[in-house]
Write a protein that binds this ligand. Structure first.
Ligand code: NCD
Length: 305
């Protein structure tokens, strides 16, 4: 059961994940039908505090809060008193004093949401902390997979791309392992964290091996903002050896779906015809994101009462 905060999938039990996904499935129906109960977070305040760029995650949290009746406020580092040197904790105390019930934090430092959560009355939700975790992204990916496959048991999920700098990869690996899926990863050696096998994943040596029989193919963006130069040769070579094109998808299961958390570098991780192809669920993931965040907000509110 969720209590005050949602900081990482690694801290959740399998039962928590099942509970969130069950509620999110119902919430998604309501969102699509535009029939959401907006009394659930009436008189509550949700603040998004983003020290890194974002489109999907921030807007999706704000819409999730608004759908449930909360008031939402947006603090973006580039236009806030953070530019005047205000610290993360001082921002937290200020948001508490402004009456925030939820703070969604995105920060470039791993563990930032844990520090904020210890200091605030508000529930803190990790909207991505450095290369550590991005729990609601893994939950929305799981909701999307569940729609197609119903169960995670023995589901073969292949994650390809910049694993080393990816909080999305880590949260997905934690979640999928807890749920009984089989995770394979594939990346240039320079973008694979040392000892990743210890997290219970198989590391494929070739693209063909990675994709063979996959039910879910997940591409991840090359995280240029977190990387020193020279970790891969060029975008076009990356695409050839580590990206996914329509021909590569033939190795996967015929009913495989393609996911990507966005933003996508078109023709780098995935070619345009894969992104826009029939197997792609990339925009469905965005819709799942609103539902998952609504479910998390509702459960956190209940956990705190
Ligand atoms: C991801 C993130 O910020 O970690 N994007 C997202 O939340 N949709 C992945 C990325 O930036 O590549």
């Amino acid at each position: 059961m969720l209590s005050k905060d949602l900081l990482g999938i690694s801290l959740l039990e399998k039962e928590d994940i099942i509970e969130i996904l069950k509620l999110a499935k119902a919430m998604k129906k309501d969102v699509v039908a535009k029939k959401v109960d907006d009394s659930i977070l009436k008189n509550r305040i949700l603040a998004t505090l983003f020290y890194e760029n974002s489109t999907r995650t921030r807007v999706s949290f704000e819409l999730a809060g608004q759908h449930l009746g909360a008031k939402t406020v947006t603090i973006v580092a580039a236009t806030s008193s953070i530019q005047k040197g205000e610290s993360l904790l001082d921002n937290g105390y200020t948001l508490d004093a402004l009456g925030a019930d939820f703070i969604v934090l995105r920060h470039s430092i791993a563990g930032a949401s844990h520090i904020l959560a210890r200091a605030t009355q508000a529930s803190v939700i990790n909207g991505g902390d450095g290369a550590n975790e991005h729990p609601t992204q893994a939950l929305l990916d799981a909701l999307t997979m569940q729609e197609y496959f119903n169960t995670f048991q023995d589901l073969k999920v292949t994650i390809m791309g910049d694993i080393k700098h990816s909080r999305v990869a880590k949260s997905n690996i934690y979640l999928l392992n807890k749920m009984g899926a089989k995770v394979t990863i594939f990346a240039p050696n320079t973008l694979l964290p040392r000892g990743i096998e210890a997290l219970g994943v198989k590391v494929a040596k070739t693209k063909e091996e990675a994709l063979q029989g996959a039910n879910v193919v997940m591409g991840l963006r090359i995280q240029l903002e977190r990387m020193e130069a020279g970790l891969y040769p060029s975008f076009s070579e990356y695409n050839k050896y580590f990206g996914v094109c329509v021909d590569d998808l033939k190795f996967a299961d015929t009913k495989a779906i393609v996911l990507h958390p966005g933003p996508v570098n078109r023709n780098v991780e995935l070619t345009s015809n894969v992104i826009d192809g029939e197997q792609s669920q990339i925009y469905n993931q965005v819709t799942s994101g609103i539902a998952v965040r609504m479910a998390v907000l509702k459960l956190l509110k209940a956990g705190k009462n």
